[in-house]
Design a binder for this molecule. Structure first.
Ligand SMILES: Nc1nc2c(c(=O)[nH]1)N[C@H]1C(S)=C(S)[C@@H](COP(=O)(O)O)O[C@H]1N2
Ligand SMILES: [Mo]
Length: 315
């Protein structure tokens, strides 16, 4: 399948881009449990209390309130503290947005994000999110399966890995003046991981477009892996033959692996991964740490991909 509507940024007006973006978010919201929309102002509520057609829904765990998910962030392109990205990320301009497709696939080129999204069926997925720093959240994402996008791009048999890059632009992302990370931020997956039914491209959360600080307008969500794999504000996707180097692995390869599968049995060299702190679940006294689950609780979907691999070596 070829993309019919590959248009350049200057061939459409900002207004039409804006309108189509509004439309997909609107129609996407209709597909989701309507109560989710109420959660943007309310505190965390029980997932079990509203209807969800989502087979991935997590029972007996509250969705993290949006105010926490959108104000406690890791986004080094703006700052290294958790609260600063929400204050600073207004300089990012997520509309219009284009994504370059390169490497071993048939449909290389520059695609407008609106055209990518128009071809997808948007759905809501409520997933656990576990940062390597041992905090966690439960987030209702809005987006589409990464495998659906990959099928449209038609990778060749040489494509063994997929590689993502974040925008590099000091005007939009002033934190890039500091060399905290060799910019741009980069992440990769093995092709079978990318095709897994859990791998998701988010364009929204809590029934709305992604806030800038959460990686607008397009980010990866791989819930069985540590948070740093969930690369934000993606501008480039490449299909590669060899395993690429992801940013955190490049910075400290003894601390952050390529796989980064959530694993309570394999500690970070500087702290335990056996438990985690659920953000927004109350003050520390009433907010005991909870046990971290292997593959973040998604083993039924993903464990087979790592059969026979030493997860201490491939961490
Ligand atoms: N481009 C980019 N993507 C990124 C990061 C970043 O600094 N830059 N931080 C990662 C880390 S460490 C985490 S925990 C999550 C945080 O996502 P959130 O702010 O939406 O919770 O984003 C990941 N994706
Ligand atoms: Mo993280």
């Amino acid at each position: 399948m070829k993309f019919k509507n590959i248009i350049k940024e200057n061939e459409v007006t900002d207004q039409s881009l804006y309108k189509s973006r509004r439309n997909f978010i609107k129609s996407a919201s209709i597909l989701t449990a309507s109560t989710i929309i109420g959660s943007t102002t309310a505190n965390a509520f029980e997932i079990g209390k509203h209807e969800s057609t989502n087979k991935y829904t997590i029972k007996n765990e509250a969705i993290t309130a949006k105010k926490y998910a959108s104000s406690y962030n890791n986004f080094y392109e703006f700052a290294t503290s958790k609260d600063a990205p929400a204050e600073l990320a207004h300089t990012l301009k997520p509309e219009p947005w284009q994504v370059e497709i390169t490497g071993h696939c048939k449909n290389t080129g520059v695609l407008d994000l609106d055209d990518i999204v128009k071809k997808q069926t948007l759905e809501e997925r409520i997933y656990r999110f576990r940062c390597v720093e041992a905090w966690s959240m439960v987030i209702p994402w809005l987006g589409f399966r990464l495998s659906d996008l990959i099928k449209q791009l038609e990778p060749t048999s040489k494509a063994k890995y997929i590689y993502f890059e974040t925008l590099k632009d000091t005007e939009q992302m002033p934190g890039q003046y500091r060399r905290t990370i060799p910019w741009p931020y980069r992440e990769g997956l093995r092709m079978d991981e990318a095709m897994n039914e859990l791998s998701f491209m988010a364009v929204g959360m809590y029934g709305e477009k992604l806030p800038n600080q959460n990686g607008a307008p397009l980010r990866l969500v791989v819930p069985w892996k540590y948070g740093f794999k969930n690369i934000k504000s993606i501008v480039k996707i490449s299909f590669l033959e060899k395993q690429p180097v992801n940013s955190w692995n490049q910075i400290a390869d003894d601390e952050y692996g390529f796989y980064a599968n959530v694993n309570p049995e394999v500690d970070h060299p500087r702290w335990s991964q056996a438990s985690e702190r659920r953000i927004g679940a109350g003050f520390s006294l009433f907010n005991p740490r909870i046990d971290t689950l292997k593959f973040n609780g998604y083993g039924d979907y993903v464990a087979d991909m790592y059969k026979g691999m030493d997860l201490r070596k491939y961490f």
